[in-house]
Write a protein that binds this ligand. Structure first.
Ligand SMILES: [Zn+2]
Length: 429
């Protein structure tokens, strides 16, 4: 395949230039100027588009096995390629949980598998404790050997600090991060949104910022003590960011991610959209969202992650107290990041969508260097409107419904094959 005339942005190679790019089989074989198409070679005209290393979403819930009405590996990866993602890291809160080598092998797809309907690469994140129950440490080396790239009880927090320290001790020699879902269950109580002026006005129980920050602080201190790697998932408060910076200054091995919704929405969205804006951690204040955008600009956030958490329409309807937590994210993410941070340099944007996640989780890809996997995301600055009826994901609920987003995925190539091509995405304009 020959991709012609695009602006190739590859932070790993420090490349940002108009170039042509050639793939052969599932690898990138050549980057240069004025490459000539060979007989029979598929050509993509990428004039006016950015051509980037395949985007990676390192925090998604694919729901299979156990919750196939919400999403499957097939529908989730169809949503991924529409959203520009060639690689996903799947969270283990399935039924059963991904806490053994058979389960890791079952949901792991280091290469796409068309017979199985898997259009993107899937790297499993295994549970941190048996059945995600927060009590029993697992045999991490065997899970890594089976293909697990990190460990997390995401959706739940290991409440017992002693168990958490044991987890970190066992993980320290493996150079694989513990991904922390930071939420103190006792402080959260029955909270259904951020505790603040809006929850008071609505008369619903809130979960305070301290429910997140106290666990972030605890796990950073444990990581410093034990020398393990921790990755703080979906950071949502200004103080969590301050704590991460504090720990980094003390040489903690800490990384973190931020979601599109925490960059753009506040708890006022819950007043406006109800259950459609219910998510964990909850949407916080305007000052928190601003602090997260500032943290991205300052280079304090390692990568973007959507926390794609699809549910059925029935589960997302109804009142705030009973509706399911979380919403679909893969298909709005790229446009939403651009809307949140319109002035971010393009190489930083690509690093946050691809390069850095590949480095932190030691995944293949993240670069368009010769010899790298032929995973390519092409996008333009064509504005588009979010219409959940067009989603490939089974999850249709999103607070971004109806929003106009300024950046559009035009084509997604996985392992050398076009997995998605936008309608009306004529280049050259
Ligand atoms: Zn999650």
């Amino acid at each position: 395949m020959l991709v012609r005339g695009g602006r190739i942005v590859d932070p790993r190679q420090r490349l940002d230039a108009l170039r042509d790019l050639r793939t052969e089989g599932d690898r990138i074989v050549e980057i240069g100027e004025h490459l000539r198409a060979r007989a029979g070679e598929e050509t993509i005209d990428a004039v006016g588009w950015v051509v980037a290393p395949g985007f990676i979403d390192a925090h998604v819930h694919l729901r299979e096995p156990g919750f196939e009405a919400k999403e499957t590996l097939a529908s989730g990866t169809a949503a991924a390629v529409r959203g520009g993602f060639t690689t996903l890291c799947a969270m283990p809160n399935t039924e059963p949980a991904i806490d053994g080598v058979e389960m890791v092998a079952r949901v792991g797809f280091p290469a796409p598998n068309r017979e199985r309907g898997v259009l993107a690469r899937i790297f499993p994140i295994a549970a941190m404790t048996r059945a995600r129950a927060g009590r029993e440490v697992l045999d991490y080396p065997s899970l890594v050997a089976a293909g697990a790239v990190a460990f997390s009880d995401d959706g739940s927090t290991v409440a017992d600090a002693r168990v958490m320290r044991e987890v970190l001790r066992a993980l320290a020699p493996l150079d694989r991060p513990a991904i922390v879902h930071a939420e103190d269950a006792a402080l959260k109580g029955s909270g259904v949104m951020h505790e603040g002026a809006v929850s008071a006005r609505l008369g619903v129980p809130g979960s305070p910022a301290s429910a997140e920050e106290s666990i972030v602080a605890r796990d950073l201190i444990l990581a410093l003590e034990v020398g393990a790697r921790v990755h703080i998932a979906h950071v949502s408060t200004a103080r969590s960011m301050e704590l991460i910076v504090w720990a980094r200054e003390r040489r903690a091995r800490v990384t973190c991610e931020v979601t599109p919704h925490h960059l753009l929405f506040t708890d006022e969205a819950v007043e406006e959209f109800g259950a459609r804006a219910k998510v964990n951690p909850p949407l916080r204040t305007a000052a928190d969202a601003r602090a997260l955008r500032d943290a991205v600009r300052a280079g304090a956030i390692d990568f973007f992650a959507s926390d794609h958490a699809p549910h059925t329409d029935a589960e997302k309807s109804g009142d705030l107290a009973h509706a399911a937590v979380g919403f679909t994210g893969l298909e709005i993410a790229v446009g939403a990041y651009a809307r949140a941070l319109p002035d971010l340099p393009m190489s930083d944007f690509v690093a946050l969508c691809s390069t850095r996640a590949a480095e932190v989780l030691r995944l293949p890809g993240g670069t368009l260097a010769v010899g790298a996997p032929a995973d390519i995301t092409m996008f333009s600055e064509r504005p588009w409107r979010v219409d959940p009826a067009r989603f490939a994901s089974k999850g249709r609920a999103t607070p971004f419904e109806g929003w106009e987003l300024p950046r559009c995925v035009e084509a997604t190539v996985v392992a050398g094959r076009v997995a998605y091509r936008a309608e009306g995405g004529t280049s050259g304009s």
